[in-house]
Every structure is written in structure tokens, then in C-alpha cells.
Design a protein around this ligand. Structure first.
Ligand SMILES: O=c1ccn([C@H]2C[C@H](O)[C@@H](COP(=O)(O)OP(=O)(O)OP(=O)(O)O)O2)c(=O)[nH]1
Ligand SMILES: [Mg+2]
Length: 175
């Protein structure tokens, strides 16, 4: 069985490299930035990669963060993973965010900023029904199985109120 799919790539910036896998077996091919950027703490920037691709039908490319940048610099992608549709012919761009609270991050043209994962994707036929079939989980979600590590810090409240929300006693059960 073939483990490789052919993807057509147009280099919009001839001096920059094609996406490349660093090691055999890597899932992600690194993408570079086509321009220099300095990103202040908490800021985001949309960086061009200098490439456009044509994926075969039935595939999509996903723009993922690089774990080294995340661990060392607090850099991630706002929309991780970004979705590149098979029909998209524009330049692939990367929406980079600096999550570090204090230190700006500097990228130079040619730096590897993200990685592209190519995957087969299904397209669904959406069929409206009045009732969904039953299941073991039912409507339980958002922590229904317990075992949360963080207590006392939560995200936006269920009613949409912003700020820090204390977990209720029932949330703590099962910790
Ligand atoms: O990280 C990303 C995400 C998307 N794209 C490109 C390819 C993708 O096919 C297109 C649209 O992306 P998406 O559907 O996520 O964005 P949207 O806000 O829904 O835009 P649109 O209305 O154009 O679909 O933008 C990128 O270059 N980088
Ligand atoms: Mg879209």
C-alpha cells in the first residue's frame, strides 16, 4: 500500500524551500515564513509561507504548531490546526500567536514556523432526523466523566459570563 500522496506545489517565492519532512516517518512537513516578524507577548500575526498547493480530492492539509516553538517560546497557532481545503489555490498562511506573557518572539524569513499534515478526509451526507439513536455517553460531555486536574480556574461560565469561575462542589467529585 502506498504511504505517499502526490501534492502539487507552486513556489510563490523561488528562494524558499518546498515543505519538507525532516525525518522518515514524520507526519508533518515543515513550513517556513516568507517574511521577518516580531510578535509581542499576546499578539498574533498572519505569516505567508511562499507556497500554494493543489491537493487531490478527498484530502486536506492541516497547519499544526511545532512543539519546540510552543515549549521554548510559547508560540502556537490561533486556529490550530488550520485547515487547507483541497480546492484552495492561494498562498498557505500561518496565524501565529505568542502566548508568552513577557518575551517577544522574532522570526526571520526562512525560519520553520509550523508543519503541514496531509490527511484523507471524509465528506458527510447530513441527514436530518427527529431523534438520534441512543448511546452510552448520551448527552454527557464537557467533563462529565470527572477527573479534572485544575480546580479553581475555569474558562467562561456556562451562561457566557467572562472571568474566573470556581468549580462547584459537584465538579470536584471524582477528582
Ligand atoms: O491556517 C490556515 C487556514 C486556512 N488557510 C487557507 C486555506 C483554506 O482553504 C482557506 C479557508 O480556510 P477556513 O475555511 O479555515 O477559513 P474561513 O474563515 O472559513 O474562510 P472561507 O470563508 O474562505 O472558507 O484559507 C490557510 O492558508 N491557513
Ligand atoms: Mg471556510
Amino acid at each position: 500500500m502506498s504511504t505517499s500522496v502526490d501534492v502539487l506545489v507552486r513556489r510563490l517565492d523561488p528562494e524558499l524551500p518546498l515543505p519538507a519532512y525532516e525525518h522518515p516517518g514524520d507526519a508533518g512537513a515543515d513550513l517556513v515564513t516568507a517574511q521577518d516578524a516580531e510578535i509581542a507577548p499576546g499578539e498574533r500575526v498572519v505569516l505567508p509561507t511562499g507556497i500554494a498547493i493543489a491537493l487531490p480530492d478527498g484530502y486536506a492539509a492541516f497547519v499544526h504548531p511545532r512543539s519546540g516553538l510552543a515549549a521554548r517560546c510559547g508560540v502556537s497557532l490561533v486556529n490550530a490546526p488550520g485547515t487547507v481545503d483541497a480546492g484552495y489555490r492561494g498562498e498557505i498562511k500561518v496565524v501565529v500567536v505568542n502566548h508568552d506573557l513577557r518575551t517577544p518572539v522574532v522570526f526571520r524569513r526562512g525560519d520553520r514556523i509550523a508543519q503541514l499534515v496531509i490527511q484523507r478526509v471524509e465528506r458527510a451526507g447530513f441527514h436530518e432526523v427527529a431523534e438520534l439513536p441512543g448511546s452510552g455517553r448520551g448527552e454527557g460531555g464537557f467533563g462529565s466523566t470527572g477527573g479534572h486536574a485544575a480546580v479553581g480556574v475555569s474558562s467562561v461560565g456556562a451562561a457566557g459570563s467572562a472571568g474566573i469561575v470556581q468549580h462547584s462542589a459537584s465538579d470536584r467529585e471524582g477528582l
